[in-house]
Every structure is written in C-alpha cells, then in structure tokens.
Design a binder for this molecule. Sequence first.
Ligand code: NAG
Ligand code: NAG
Ligand code: NAG
Length: 416
Amino acid sequence: MKLSSRSIAGGGVSFLALALSVFLFAGFMYGADVRSIAGFASSRTSVQPEAAGHKEREAPSLPEGCDVFAGNWVFDNRSRPLYREEECPFLTSQVTCMKNGRKDDTYQKWRWKPHECSLPEFDGQLLWERLRGKRLMLVGDSLNRNQWESMVCLLHSATTNGEKSRALNGSLVIFRSREYNASVEFYWSPFLVESNSDDPSMHSVTKRIIMPESITNHARHWKGADYLVFNTYIWWMNTINMKVLRGSFKEGSTEYDEVDRVVAYERVLRTWARWVEENVDPKRTYVFFNSMSPLHIRPADWGNPTGLKCAMETLPIPPGAPPNVGTDRRMHSVAAKVTGSVRGPLVTFLDITGLSEYRKDAHTSVHTVRQGKVLTPEQKANPATYADCIHWCLPGLPDTWNELLFAHIITRPSLG
Ligand SMILES: *[C@@H]1O[C@H](CO)[C@@H](O)[C@H](O)[C@H]1NC(C)=O
Ligand SMILES: *[C@@H]1O[C@H](CO)[C@@H](O)[C@H](O)[C@H]1NC(C)=O
Ligand SMILES: *[C@@H]1O[C@H](CO)[C@@H](O)[C@H](O)[C@H]1NC(C)=O
C-alpha cells in the first residue's frame, strides 16, 4: 500500500511554521534533567535550508518477504547521523554522549542494511503527515524511553521553524505538534503489568515485585493511541527468579512467590495479549512489540581480553554470526510466540535484538548521568563501576529502531 506523495505537498508551507505546544509539568521522570529541558520550552530553532527544499517523493515500500532484521552495519558518514546531537533540544543528558565528553563519534555513522533489500530513507515529514490527528505511544522501560527520545529528535529535525516542547504528566511524557494535532508519547511501566517499580521518579527498587495478571491501571492510559509500541526486558534481568505478589499492593500485601523469570514473563505477556485482544480496535490501531535490547558487559563475549565492560569499544562487532552477549533468548522466544498469537489487532514483533547485539560501541558507557548529574572525571575513570552498558547514545542505535518502525508504519494503510 502506497501513500500518495500529493498528500504531503498539501502541507508544504505550513511545515515551516510548525509550532509545537508546550506542556511541562513538575518533573520527576528525568529528575534533575527535566529542569534543563524546561529551559528549551519556548526556544526557536533555526531554519535548515536543506529541509526547506524538501522534494515530493513516492512513499517508500518494502519488497515482499524481505527480512529487515537480518543484515549488516554499513559505515555511512554521508547520510548518518540522521540529526545532530547539539541540534536536538529534547535530548536528556543521559544520552548526549559527546556533550558528556565522549571523544569518538564513529558510533553515530552506521546504517543498517538488510541483506535482501534497503530500508526506506527516514522521512520525518512523511511520518508527521501519517501521524496527523493521531497518537503514537511507546510503552515500557527506559529502553523504550531511549527510543522515544530518538523519535522526538527525528521528528523535530524534520520540521524547521517553531516552538518545540514536551510535557510530563506522571508516568506519561508527551511531545506534541499543534500544527499536526499529533503526539508522540512515552508511558513508563517497566513490567507492563503493575509492579512496585511503577513510580516514574523512584527507580532504585532492588526487590522488584510484580502482579502478572494486573494491567488495567496502566493500560487505561494506552487506550485511544493509534500506534502502540511496547517493550519490557531490562527490569527482569537482575535475578533468575521474579517475585510475584500474593494478593495486591492496594490491599497492602507484601508476601510473594519466587517464579522462574521466563515463566513469569510469559504470564505477563499473556495478560498483555489478552488486553490487546479485548481493548485495541484493529480498525484503528497498529501494535508493535520490541524485542530485547541487549547489554554489553563482558568483553570476553567479543574477544577483547583488555576490555572494561563496553567502555573501550569504538566499533561494532564485525559482520558474521550474531555474537552471544548474554541476551536471555528464552524470553525472546516467549515474546515472539506470544506476540504472534494475538488474534484481532495486527501485532508486529520488531526483532531489534540481533542487530543491536553487534553494537558494543553504541552504549552511553561513562558518558552519561548518575542521579541526574554527569559523571565526574573520577567516576569516568572507573568504568568497571560506572559504565552504563544498557542505554544508548543519541544520535545512535535507537534511531535505527525507529527507522524500522517507520518502515512498518509507512508501508501499511493508514487506519481510522
Ligand atoms: C567519511 O569518512 C571517510 C573515511 O574515514 C573520510 O575520508 C571522509 O572525510 C569522511 N567524510 C565526512 C563527510 O566526514
Ligand atoms: C486531534 O486529534 C485527536 C486525537 O488525538 C482527535 O480526537 C481530535 O478530534 C483532533 N482534533 C482536530 C481539530 O482535528
Ligand atoms: C494529567 O493526567 C491526569 C490523569 O491522567 C489527567 O486527568 C490530566 O488531564 C492530565 N493533564 C494534562 C494537562 O494532560
């Protein structure tokens, strides 16, 4: 299904005057970072001449049967990065690696090339047009938030002139365009179901407890979105077993059972799948599920005996069989199985795990924040303790996840 390029041309001039409305709420989700965002609430960005000369073009399509998740990383400093770190005012200091002192920027210059086809070129104006009057919502843990920040920058850089902003309302962060009456939102629920880790400000819960069959308290905020993108993984990885509450938090229960995490994961995803079947209107909404975002904490996994977690890495793992970096493949299988079993709404499993496993170079490492503050030189000198090999620098790898999401959104009929 192709979208006519004519519909894009209609909004031509108004792109230049795109204004995004501001909703900033007393912030907790990003702690101290939020205050620095507030400073951008009404800043104007400069006009980018190349965007002003945007040409009409056919909506992209993907060849039937092309596996976009199987491919190689190709060095491409001509077309990458897709936006510049210093030109996106919405990035939190968690991910601005260059600003935080990273010296090499090669990690920004890799393009994902599927073996059997090419990904459509990311076209932010086309995506804005597709999102007109709609809501795109990412739901899950800090990796989906990482992807949300990337999407905000990709869309921000597709517009030229105007006030840019974002809103924070409890567990929900909203990036909105008044011009398009569209929003790109992130909802914090690291296990999707209810847990004792649902407070967006309090992230240091060591004894994590979930209620695998309770989802509606979160899910009522997801209703009415036109594109839903879910994930849940990293919060499961602390322990072999998951603590499952007996009773409910509301009743003050504290006793729990220890359940094998793969078993608990499947219970959670079954709850999620049932909610999707019963609450998502297939005539209106597309649903996506992101597979596991991998960690790179053992340099021996990629044959670097002198490595320190991911801190010394400046290049991806070379092409070849996907490296084993310790991703829980059993959880991957569960996610593939359960997302494939949903009846009714179209659920797409976005298998970003393998392609991300090559990217040992792309984590924030020591070029990030801790408790809202950029790491001190002493902390940076101690990667063994302080390197974050979970999250990703931006621009960077999550931009590719969004290119894949873009490809799936743009090559399908617009609903509702
Ligand atoms: C791209 O990389 C090549 C090889 O490292 C280099 O010669 C060239 O100057 C780079 N181009 C840009 C635009 O950075
Ligand atoms: C704006 O979008 C919302 C859905 O997000 C829709 O309900 C509303 O009618 C739209 N408003 C206009 C003026 O198009
Ligand atoms: C913030 O969230 C609350 C509860 O979901 C809602 O009632 C309120 O309208 C929201 N505020 C804004 C400005 O969106």
